[in-house]
Design a protein around this ligand. Structure first.
Ligand code: GAL
Length: 479
């Protein structure tokens, strides 16, 4: 970290933010005419989520928004990333019926933010499809993309005079894989090797349609920017010396192609999926005698092109993995076998909090450099990054404070030394919240939320104080 007097490591108008998502914080699942979403349904089924937790109330941000705003101000954020609940705005998912109370709620959130000089970044879809659309086939159905476009246009028209940063879909990878291959997220489908590719395809189509709608109908007047948020681990082969290095390097490339490349390649590079992905999937289909055509759908010529449909690169980064070749010999159809690569943990990386999260701040710098080199040097917003707590509550969370310091200094190096055009950093998350299949057992907040207290009181963690300090230092230097 630079000391005062050193030159500022971050651009003048760098976005210092934190994020949340509607289902994880709002509660009010049936309030004022909101329709059910797939996460309402999923959580209400037995055995889906840790401890049978659900987001019926969550942080009750639907009623306690002003408390959240106090937290945002306490941190000194310049930006706040929130998501809209599609079913709160359009209860059956279509623009036939608009829930005015939902519109009022988000209008208030946006207006309050702007009154405090905080810019909203809004995600239109963060995992919570209206249940009515799931009943019509969900993301496996091509028509969901068209309905998403109508929803996006409605949001641009209604809120776009004030919202200038839009994320269409959050983490299509997670939605496709965890929701439709592994069954661990809503809608809980387990259709390995097939459904996830179709879902990913329709989410890309939905994103592209919405971007084109913004571009042709709203951009000139509203002057905002639209992208989609892609999650990726940093993936690399183990250090040389262990043998089979070339295979492992190829496997790491393949794994990156099957995760980040799956969505970033079509949008930023060619308008189509990475070659290595198509050839691996088709070869495996052939080997297993699959007769249903390519499991990886093709983009149609008469649809709006997906290439070039991002005004910035929105990256969610949490962790890193070493990748080794193999794993694709098994006889079952599934994504893991298609990519024929296995990820392993480096024992030197600490696991803190939730089991999948090896803490590797330098992986973020490497990933940023990879994005610069591979995706044509885009403007990048780190739309999520964080570190969780589980078990014993620690308000004085020293390790998490160090994590934010280390990570932000890696971002500074990416900007200063590697020349990556990073425009903003959003910590995940503003508040402890409903962490999907882990329920409330995993805490990612900069503020602790006491779920046992009827007032759901918010208390800043030491890591929140640390982040506020960092923001204040760099904001002062920019003045
Ligand atoms: C992301 C997701 C967030 C949050 C985070 C931490 O995949 O977008 O909603 O839960 O992971 O696990």
């Amino acid at each position: 970290m630079p000391t005062s007097g050193e030159k500022n490591m971050f651009p003048r108008d760098f976005a210092w933010g934190a994020g949340t998502a509607a289902y994880q914080i709002e509660g009010g699942w049936q309030a004022d005419g909101k329709g059910p979403s797939i996460w309402d349904t999923f959580c209400h089924e037995k055995g889906r989520v840790f401890g049978e937790h659900n987001g019926d109330e969550a942080c009750n941000s639907y009623e306690l928004w002003e408390k959240d705003l106090e937290c945002i101000q306490q941190l000194g954020l310049t930006h706040y990333r929130l998501s809209f609940s599609w079913a709160r705005l359009l209860p059956d998912g279509t623009t036939q019926h608009v829930n005015q109370k939902g519109v009022q709620y988000y209008n208030k959130v946006i207006d309050d933010l702007l009154a405090c000089d905080v810019s909203p970044m809004v995600t239109l879809y963060h995992f919570d499809l209206p249940q009515a659309l799931q009943d019509g086939g969900g993301w496996k159905s091509a028509s969901t993309a068209t309905l998403f476009d109508a929803y996006a246009k409605f949001c641009f028209r209604t809120f776009g005079d004030r919202v200038k940063l839009w994320v269409t879909v959050n983490e299509p990878y997670v939605c496709a894989k965890l929701g439709h291959e592994d069954g661990l997220h809503a809608p809980g489908l387990k259709e390995p090797g097939v459904a996830a590719y179709l879902v990913g395809h329709n989410m890309l189509r939905a994103h592209a349609m919405a971007w084109h709608s913004y571009n042709s109908c709203f951009r000139a007047k509203q002057k905002g920017a639209v992208s989609l948020a892609l999650n990726s681990d940093w993936l690399e082969a183990p250090e040389a010396g262990g043998g089979a290095e070339d295979d492992d390097a190829d496997a790491a490339e393949r794994q990156l192609a099957f995760t980040l490349g799956w969505f970033a390649w079509p949008v930023f590079v060619t308008g189509d999926y990475p070659d290595v992905m198509r050839s691996a999937i088709d070869a495996r289909s052939e080997r297993l005698g699959w007769r249903g055509g390519s499991r990886l759908p093709r983009f149609e010529e008469d649809e709006p092109p997906v290439l070039g449909t991002a005004d910035f690169f929105a990256l969610n980064y949490y962790t890193s993995r070493k990748v080794v070749a193999g794993g694709g010999r098994g006889g079952t159809l599934c994504m893991k076998n298609d990519r024929d690569a296995r990820d392993v943990l480096d024992p030197s990386w600490p696991i803190c909090g939730v089991s999948w999260l090896a803490v590797v701040p330098c992986g973020l710098r490497k990933l940023l450099k990879y994005i610069k080199d591979t995706f044509n040097n885009p403007a990048v917003y780190i739309t999520e990054n964080g570190f969780s707590q589980v078990g014993q509550l620690q308000i004085e969370d020293v390790q998490r404070s160090e994590f934010y310091k280390d990570t932000i200094s890696e971002v500074a190096k990416a900007i200063q030394e590697d020349g990556v055009d990073v425009r903003g950093y959003f910590a995940w998350s503003l508040l402890d919240n409903f962490e999907w299949a882990d329920g409330f057992s995993v805490r990612f907040g900069l503020f602790h939320v006491d779920f046992a207290d009827a007032r759901l009181s918010r208390t800043i963690y030491r890591s929140g104080r640390e982040y506020a300090k960092i923001i204040s230092k760099f904001r002062c230097q920019s003045k």
